[in-house]
Design a protein around this ligand. Sequence first.
Ligand SMILES: Nc1ncnc2c1ncn2[C@@H]1O[C@H](COP(=O)(O)OP(=O)(O)OP(=O)(O)O)[C@@H](O)[C@H]1O
Ligand SMILES: [Mg+2]
Length: 310
Amino acid sequence: MPHHELVRGLREGLCGVLRGKPLAVDLALIGIFASGHVLLEDVPGVGKTTLAKALAKAFGVRFSRVQFTPDLLPGDITGGLVLAPDKGTFSFHRGPVFTNVLLADEINRASPRTQASLLEAMNEAQVTVDGETHSLDSPFFVIATQNPADYQGTYPLPEAQLDRFLVRLSIGYPDPADELAMLFARQHDDPLAALQALCSRAELLDVQRAVREVEVKPIVASYMLAIVRASRVDPALSLGVSPRGSLALFRAAQAQAFMSGRDYVTPEDVQAIAPATLCHRIALRDEARYGGSSDREVVARILGAVRVPV
Ligand SMILES: Nc1ncnc2c1ncn2[C@@H]1O[C@H](COP(=O)(O)OP(=O)(O)OP(=O)(O)O)[C@@H](O)[C@H]1O
Ligand SMILES: [Mg+2]
C-alpha cells in the first residue's frame, strides 16, 4: 500500500474510535512512525486507554497490556526464572514486555522500581534478568498512560524516565458535536471492538525505515539545536533538553514531514512537533511554576525567540 494511503487509513480508523481528536491521533502516529515510545497524559475519562488500545489494534502486531498497580513487581513486566519441577532446573519465562506493543496503563501507579524495569527495555530493546540479557522483538514500543502527577497514591515518573518517551501528548475534552457523535456511535456497538488491523508488521517496519530516510538539511538541524540550547540557558528552567531530546526532535520532525507527505523537514515541522517532544523533558524552576508559568508556555516562548532559518 502506498504510504499516503496507509497514513490516511490509520488516521480514519483511529479517529472513528477516538472522536474529534485528530491532533492527538497524529501525534501518537508520529511517535510510533519515528520508532519511539508514546506517553498519553491527561485527566480521567478522556480516552487515553481507548486511544492506546486502538493504536495497538490498528498495527497488526502482537500487543500486551499491563495494568500498573502499586504491588506490580519488575518480574511482572520482564518475566523471570521459573522452576520446571520435573527437571529441577530453572528456565526463563518471558514476561509481557516480549511483544511488539506494550500498553503500560496508568504507569504512574507502579513503584519506581517497577517503572525502572521498563527503562532498559525502552532504551535498549532488551531486558537483563539474573545476569542474562534477552533481546526484545522488533518493532517494540511502549504506549503508556498516566493521570497528571498530583494525584494521590501515584509515583510521578522521574525526569530520566520521561526522557525515554519520544512524545507526550494530552487528549482533552471533545467539542460538543464530537461528544454527541461519540454518544450515538456507542449506542449499539463498540467502535474499538470493531476496529481491525489497518497496517501489517511489515508495513509498519517499512514506514519506520522511510521516516528515517526523510531529509534534514544541516540548516534545519542547526535550528533544532538552537531551540534545544536555548532551553538549557533559559532562566525559567532548572533542566533543559538533553541530547536524547535533540535526537527525539530530529526523529519526530522527520515523522511530522512524512505525515504531511514530504520527504524533507521544514522549520514548520520542527515547530509543530516541538511541544510534544520537548515539554516533558524540561523542568521549571519553582519561582517560574509558582509564577503561573508552564512547560508549554516556556517552549512556545523559546520557539518565538529562536531565529527561524529561511
Ligand atoms: N473523544 C472520545 N471519543 C470516543 N470515545 C471517548 C472519547 N473520550 C472518551 N471516550 C470514551 O469514554 C470512556 C472512557 O475512556 P478511557 O477509559 O479511554 O479513559 P481514560 O483516559 O483511560 O481514563 P482513566 O484515566 O480513568 O483510565 C471510554 O468508553 C471511551 O470510549
Ligand atoms: Mg485508562
